[in-house]
Write a protein that binds this ligand. Structure first.
Ligand code: LMR
Length: 344
């Protein structure tokens, strides 16, 4: 009798173990899986901007969905403002799995594949419709996949806005007005080339150090989207804003690939759905929030805002033509061609 009981218990244990293993499908990030099939785990998501910027709001949306649908099994901790990791160390932290998801401006990922810099090709995207069409296309998705060899899983592109130039010296109406100025960028060769065309110097400074550099006068100006200009209070330390719309801030929402591969199918599906919902929200917000930020900057009246005339805009296009030509050829020409075809 005793013997029968022992083999019964052993069989039951084996069956239970098989159920747990098959439920997981793959290794999960946690040894413990809840009865609802999600692992008990914490996902850390770090970014460098304010919580109420479009990126901050997308991160919050992602957190809400994951936590709600996993019924609390998964906790998402969002660290804004570079409080956990900044530009200088977030990619390394991701590769070491000290943080599972980050959302840097795509050029910050160009060390892995130079095509990630393509959002800095001047005037490449004429509006959000073309941009989002590209991001959703096979070409856009192929671009995200280019990071996989380096242990990075591209989850999505997250939007923000077109970039503009602020400075403390003079009003910028045409390219020659930039001559001799030192401008902060988020880095990358395309922007270096662009500022060279203007006779200006560009320098890369970590995002969370920009306000101080502007305040100290280490740099004369910077380029950024309107929500960042607003939320970082650059109007306290800059006198002029020119609406140049010359390039775009887009983010690569990326995860540690080994961590991602270790998630069970159900969890991957939940994370993907939450990413899609957050991206959708971001697209609804991005343009609206850029417009609102501009209104608030204008209403505050601290910076003189200049909107380029059609003629002034053409001068920028003309000045940047060599950069556009050089980089459109140097980059993955198939991707560039597919974007150009979408503009037609
Ligand atoms: C910057 O470095 O200027 C931006 O990319 C920061 C951000 O994440 O919006």
């Amino acid at each position: 009798m005793k013997k029968i009981k022992a083999s019964y218990v052993l069989t039951a244990c084996l069956v239970a173990l098989l159920i747990v293993i098959s439920g997981c499908g793959k290794n999960t990030a946690s040894s413990e899986t809840s009865s609802n099939g999600y692992p008990k785990m914490t996902i850390k998501l770090s970014h460098v901007v304010a919580e109420d910027d479009p990126k901050g709001k997308m991160a919050t949306k992602f957190k809400e969905i994951v936590e709600k649908k996993s019924e609390g099994s998964i906790t998402v901790k969002v660290y804004p403002n570079g409080q956990l990791y900044g530009d200088e160390n977030e990619i390394q932290a991701l590769q070491s799995n000290n943080v599972q998801i980050i959302a840097p401006q795509t050029t910050k990922l160009a060390g892995f594949d130079e095509s990630m810099e393509l959002f800095d090709i001047p005037f490449l995207f004429k509006d959000e419709d073309v941009l989002y069409k590209f991001e959703d296309s096979d070409a856009g998705q192929d671009l995200l996949k280019k990071l996989e060899g380096d242990g990075i899983k591209g989850l999505a592109f997250w939007p923000n806005g077109f970039k503009h130039i602020t400075n403390s010296e003079r009003e910028i109406k045409e390219p020659s007005d930039l001559k001799g100025l030192k401008i902060r960028t988020h880095g990358g060769e395309i922007l270096n080339d662009s500022y060279k065309q203007f006779g200006a110097a560009s320098t890369k400074i970590a995002f969370n150090d920009v306000y101080q550099a502007l305040q100290l006068g280490t740099i004369d100006g910077q380029e950024n989207n309107l929500t960042n200009i607003k939320s970082q209070s650059y109007d306290e330390v800059q006198k002029y804003l020119s609406l140049t719309n010359h390039t775009r801030t887009e983010y690569g929402l990326v995860a540690n690939k080994k961590w991602w591969d270790g998630l069970n199918d159900k969890t991957q599906k939940l994370v993907s759905e939450a990413v899609d919902a957050a991206t959708k929200k971001g697209r609804e917000l991005a343009k609206k929030e850029s417009d609102e930020a501009l209104k608030e900057i204008e209403a505050a009246g601290k910076m003189k805002v200049h909107e380029l005339t059609e003629e002034e805009h053409e001068k920028f296009v003309e000045a940047l033509k060599p950069v556009i030509d050089k980089w459109s050829k140097k980059m993955d020409s198939e991707i560039i061609q597919r974007i150009l075809d979408m503009q037609k």
